[in-house]
Design a binder for this molecule. Structure first.
Ligand code: AMP
Length: 206
């Protein structure tokens, strides 16, 4: 199965080619068409499986910039990650794979351990936000960002987020999201806690 059969645009295929991805990995073959159809997805995937591109590519298709006006500071896509390193890495994949798209959808990575002020300013007109849970809640509490217009939620490395003690923050964030949305859950392991999240947050996932 080549990438060209997965419902991606020529601009994305050109960027994929430049990354020297010769064929999609199994998780990409399964997840990309499902996400494009609007389905919820659970991916049990380790780092190195190609999980990042399996959600970045369809997000770039679904959230190509439209003329539809977005309320300022209301993000459409929220990607929750356990660490600053992962947030930066995912942002780089959005840049690499989205580089030939005719109109850019603005994405931003936010994380703790650095000054909050530049992030507050940068959040203007961001549509795709990649965030660690604690810093996200700080930015929500200062009204630098709102989550009431999120259409797609990704929980990446969900098991690691729970292992790092983010359960309480995650529960607070989930309460701020609209009920009607698409949700993608990625985890290296399927523990009891992950199954609870999966049961409570996802709707008939693939
Ligand atoms: P990830 O599992 O998302 O951390 O990705 C692991 C690595 O695999 C990254 O360096 C990607 O650039 C690379 N990668 C992702 N998809 C493919 C593919 N289809 N073919 C070759 N390399 C890939």
């Amino acid at each position: 199965m080549p990438f060209s059969k997965l419902g991606l645009s020529d601009e994305l295929l050109k960027a994929i080619n430049e990354q020297n991805y010769s064929a999609p990995y199994p998780i990409q073959i399964e997840a990309i068409p499902a996400i494009l159809k609007g389905k919820d997805v659970v991916g049990i995937a380790q780092t190195g499986s190609g999980k990042t591109a399996s959600f970045v590519l369809p997000i770039l298709v679904l959230f190509q910039k439209t003329n539809q006006s977005t309320k300022n500071r209301h993000v459409k896509v929220l990607i929750l990650v356990p660490t600053r390193e992962l947030a930066i890495q995912i942002k780089a994949v959005f840049n690499d794979l989205g580089k030939y798209l005719p109109s850019k959808t603005k994405s931003l990575a936010i994380y703790g351990g650095v000054s909050i002020n530049p992030q507050m300013i940068e959040l203007q007109s961001v549509e795709i936000l990649i965030a660690t849970p604690g810093r996200l809640l700080e930015l929500v509490s200062t009204k630098a960002v709102a989550l009431s217009a999120v259409q797609l939620l990704v929980l990446d490395e969900a098991d690691k987020m729970l292992n790092l003690g983010f359960k309480e923050e995650l529960d607070k964030i989930f309460k701020l999201l609209p009920a009607k949305r698409q949700t993608l859950l990625y985890s290296a392991t399927l523990s009891k806690e992950i199954e609870t999240i999966h049961k409570n947050l996802l709707n008939q996932p693939i």
